[in-house]
Design a protein around this ligand. Structure first.
Ligand SMILES: [Zn+2]
Length: 66
């Protein structure tokens, strides 16, 4: 079975054996389903990583608990 990684931008599963794009950030390799997701990630990695301390709106899952 192939390993899958989660695309941090769109949360899709990405086959790590044949990713559309990859990016290395802070010593970790991230896998993307498309070049557009990589571009979005490279533009603002902290926005897509947990613990970034972003104040720009709530995450979608937080709305479930309201
Ligand atoms: Zn994606």
């Amino acid at each position: 079975m192939a390993d899958v990684a989660i695309d941090p931008v769109c949360k899709m599963e990405v086959d790590t054996a044949a990713p559309a794009a990859t990016s290395e950030y802070d010593g970790t390799t991230y896998y993307f389903c498309a070049a557009g997701c990589k571009r979005a990630f490279d533009d603002d990695p902290q926005k897509y990583l947990s613990g970034g301390g972003s104040s720009s709106g709530k995450r979608w899952w937080q709305f479930w608990r309201l």
